[in-house]
Design a protein around this ligand. Structure first.
Ligand SMILES: Cc1ncc(COP(=O)(O)O)c(C=O)c1O
Length: 369
């Protein structure tokens, strides 16, 4: 495993840092297309990587529709010239105005966003009038995650209100089921199908009312395979591009490869069997308890603590580790890890070949550019 990631000349690598392996990203894209049964069913999320380089690799493979969560991610997709963008984060008024402004400036790109309540629907109605624009809306459905969305049992009335509003067009149902995490594949498929039943019931109600649900977008990575079996829905994984240990645990048999690896250096040995690395919680996703990474070559280390710029581990196996040595570490959660870096090193054939910028990592972007 270590050999797969090792860079031959480590002397110029600044730590902490993030290495990305383009050939592995490419293999992950191929696996996504294989599982989806074609590019047409894919609308991958860009939140995991926030990089134009990764968007462009997907576009070269024929994937032209994408999801995003922030305005910076949306702008990145507009600049990449994709066909379709779903801002999958119900916009507040100032974001909605910017969405409509960009939509007008990029008429060749189909833009859409989410709605899950009447107030937001009315806001979009007002803003489209003000901007003299139309808006494509997906109804965001809560089928068990309880994060955003309207529960399927209440969604028919939102649909009815929506179709009465001029300038608003109903794109379909957006069903993100990030709560589906059983580690056994058959259990995951069963839970995914079970939680989807109320969505099917809603579709029947809309059809009985004379309507049509043009499309359904469902799932992230853990439910990607289960939803792929349904054939009718569009699929929106994101983490599959770079992969991480958290999802490796949930979906052991997945074909996805770790395509992003942290690098860190041993900076101190403050006591017997105690090692300190320059990998603090400012350098890796830290919303979960320790361990937040697995250090290759030190898999059995006990992770004792992390401060802003330090990671302390206890390790009692014989070794000749020296201060200054470089270590490779797999993160448990890659998406917030990437967002901590303004650029990542690219590694091909065990050589560091350049950088990819993480262009969409900021919230505060210049809206006039
Ligand atoms: C709305 C939405 N769609 C898709 C995804 C991608 O899911 P995953 O990270 O499991 O691949 C996410 C991830 O948070 C999401 O919030």
């Amino acid at each position: 495993m270590l050999h797969d990631f090792k860079v031959r000349d480590e002397s110029k690598l600044l730590t902490p840092g993030l290495l990305v392996y383009p050939d592995r990203v490419q293999k992950n894209i191929d696996s996504m297309i294989r599982i989806a049964g074609g590019v047409e069913r894919l609308i991958p999320h860009v939140k995991t990587h926030k990089m134009s380089a990764v968007i462009k690799l997907q576009m070269q493979a024929g994937i032209l529709q994408f999801k995003c969560a922030t305005l910076a991610e949306m702008k990145l997709l507009l600049d990449c010239g994709v066909d379709l963008i779903l801002l999958a984060h119900q916009p507040t008024p100032e974001k909605a105005r910017q969405f409509l402004k960009w939509q007008k400036e990029y008429p060749h790109i189909h833009c859409a966003t989410l709605v899950d309540n009447l107030d937001s629907l009315n806001l979009f109605s007002e803003l489209t009038k003000e901007a003299d624009e139309n808006i494509n809306l997906w109804i965001d459905i809560n089928n068990g995650m309880n994060r955003t969305g309207i529960i399927p049992e209440k969604a028919l009335s939102l649909y009815r209100a929506m179709i009465r509003i001029p300038r608003v067009s109903f794109s379909g149902l957006h069903v993100y089921d990030g709560h589906i995490r059983p580690e056994d594949l058959q259990d995951r498929i069963a839970k995914c199908n079970d939680d989807f039943k109320p969505v099917k019931e809603l579709i029947s109600q809309i059809e009985a009312a004379g309507g049509v649900v043009p499309h359904i977008i469902s799932g992230g990575s853990p439910s990607f395979y289960p939803h792929s079996l349904q054939k009718k829905t569009l699929l929106s994984p994101g983490t599959t591009l770079l992969w991480d240990l958290g999802y490796k645990k949930i979906w052991k048999e997945s074909p996805f490869l770790n395509a992003a690896v942290l690098i860190t250096r041993l900076i101190s040995k403050p006591n017997t069997n105690t090692y300190c690395f320059d990998l603090g919680h400012k350098a890796v996703a830290s919303e979960m308890p320790l361990p937040r990474v697995t250090i290759l070559g030190m898999e059995n280390a006990i992770h004792k603590g992390q401060s802003e710029e330090h990671l302390i581990v206890f390790y009692d196996e014989p070794n000749d580790f020296k201060v200054g040595d470089l270590f490779y570490a797999l993160p448990y959660h890659i998406c917030p890890t990437v967002a901590k870096y303004n650029r990542v090193y690219t590694v091909e054939d065990n050589m560091q070949t350049g950088y990819w910028d993480v262009e969409a990592r900021d919230y505060q972007i210049d809206l006039n550019s």
